[in-house]
Design a binder for this molecule. Sequence first.
Ligand code: PMP
Length: 354
Amino acid sequence: MRKAWEKNIRTVVPYTPGEQPKFLEMVKLNTNENPYPPSPRVKEALDAINYENLRLYPDPACEELVAALAARYQVSPEEVFVGVGSDDVLSMCFLTFFHSGKPIFFPDVTYSFYDVWADVYGIPYERQPLNDRFEIVKEDYYRENGGVIFPNPNAPTGLLMELSEIEEIIRHNQDVVVVVDEAYIDFGGKSAVELIHKYDNLLVVQTFSKSRSMAGMRIGYAMGNKDLIRYLSDVKYSVNSYTMNLPALAAGKAALEDEAYFQENVNRIISTRERTKKELSKLGFTFGDSKANFIFATHERFQARELFEALKIKKIFVRYFNKPRIDNYLRISIGTDQEMDTLLEFLKKYVKEN
Ligand code: PMP
């Protein structure tokens, strides 16, 4: 029996993040973290923090981090918004931009937080089905809607859309806000940020969690027309003015000062990904041409769930989604070469013995 007060409660089915097991020894390929540490500049910046300053509130405008991002992406500071990971930024986008009452559009197979935010904020939505090669069909987004959001590359498929196709989607949706979630763009894609001066309804969201190896710091950002950024900031200041903490502001700025490390870090992941693709093919896996730091693969003989369980017993963690269309796929994050070898050795043996 529900109690009287329970009737007044906002109930939601929450987003389920990937497991964070507590083992010391494991191969963790389940949450798209970067296997390498952040730039050493980040350590220096954190070491330089005077702990006494933690008594003070951080800069609510995050001016230094915003300025560093603006310089890096050749936009003006008024065109940058920062938040506690891109989840925070995306959540603010849902709250700010998708207020028309008309359904917003996103793919049927995509980041599984989108429908959760839509539900929690009471935003209607329509899922547009990917085609049978798991590609976004741009024409599906040409109908009237209350806003559009999709990741590029898409998650968990890893498939990248060409910038020209993205521009087509934006061009057909100039009466609503289009959010391109570029959490994985640095692993081989071309950012849509260059289009923000051409389309004032485009918002590009990125994160320090993957390509900058800083998932634990929680830094995300959005770039778009200054009016969009102002609307976003107004909502943010109406929810929580001090979102980013002092260490995150310092660490984020320091990471941006080390472009060479960033490039090297990303290139290492890309080369491991391409090698892993070749090895997985030899073992009977098929997958799209991922441009992210993960591979979304299915096997010709073995059920994904069975492989997921067998790997888990060996403390090799990958992600399995028990969801329509994708319940026979594994999402395998790209780890170090050594971690990928452990995974591949196990799979080789499994395929041979079963
Ligand atoms: N967008 C997509 C597509 C993602 O996969 C993730 C990672 N779970 C995020 C956004 C959020 O990442 P973060 O909050 O760590 O920036």
